[in-house]
Design a protein around this ligand. Structure first.
Ligand SMILES: Cc1cc2nc3c(=O)[nH]c(=O)nc-3n(C[C@H](O)[C@H](O)[C@H](O)COP(=O)(O)O)c2cc1C
Length: 180
């Protein structure tokens, strides 16, 4: 990086938050199990890293309950919610006023023992491969050891401060009047 670029200060948190709010993502619930207890949080900061090896990343706030439990357990499951699972999203974001988050939805396990949501759009069961420290958050890299998915289910989205559904746009189907 040139000296000039290194001298540029970051934008304010308020400016960053206002801009990143425009970024629409699918809504996931990240779960783990540690010493017989289950933990989890709603997260949109989830991304695919590579297919070979199968690896994804999740950004988790260090101040939450689940963060340290995921690190200790060394396992987590990324559950991609369907558009009908906004109540699960609210529960795991701590916004539903429920004492037991796992009372919302039906839960099972795949390979690692982390909780997997039975009717999620997709589940990625991960062994924690590595982590990277970034101020308030850790970026957790997970090696995916098991998956499940439900073909045809649309994912729940979040952006511009609202839960959203996919709007289907049929473009590029030349010659088919039904979709024009
Ligand atoms: C739409 C939405 C997306 C969120 N995304 C994240 C995220 O990517 N990472 C994170 O650490 N928290 C995220 N949160 C906040 C956590 O879900 C929330 O702080 C939760 O209560 C943490 O639970 P815990 O303390 O039991 O771990 C998000 C919340 C909402 C509503």
């Amino acid at each position: 990086m040139s000296a000039d670029l290194a001298d540029l200060p970051p934008v304010s948190a308020a400016d960053y938050i206002a801009a990143i709010a425009q970024h629409v993502s699918s809504v996931c619930v990240i779960t783990t199990a540690w010493e017989g207890e289950r933990f989890g949080l709603t997260a949109t900061a989830v991304a695919s890293v590579s297919a070979t090896p199968a690896r994804l990343l999740v950004c988790v706030n260090k101040s939450g309950q689940s963060h340290d439990k995921i690190l200790r357990a060394g396992r987590f499951c990324v559950n991609v919610l369907t558009e009908r699972q906004d109540q699960v999203a609210l529960a795991f974001a701590g916004m539903a006023g429920v004492a037991d988050k796992f009372a919302v939805g039906e839960w099972t396990e795949l390979e690692t023992g982390a909780p997997a949501l039975v009717d999620a759009a997709a589940c990625f069961d991960c062994r924690l491969a590595s982590l990277s420290d970034h101020s308030t958050h850790s970026v957790l890299f997970g090696d995916v050891v098991a998956t499940r998915h439900m073909a045809g289910e649309d994912a729940l989205l979040y952006g511009v401060r609202r839960f959203r559904q996919l709007r289907k746009v049929f473009s590029g189907i030349a010659g088919d009047d039904e979709y024009l």
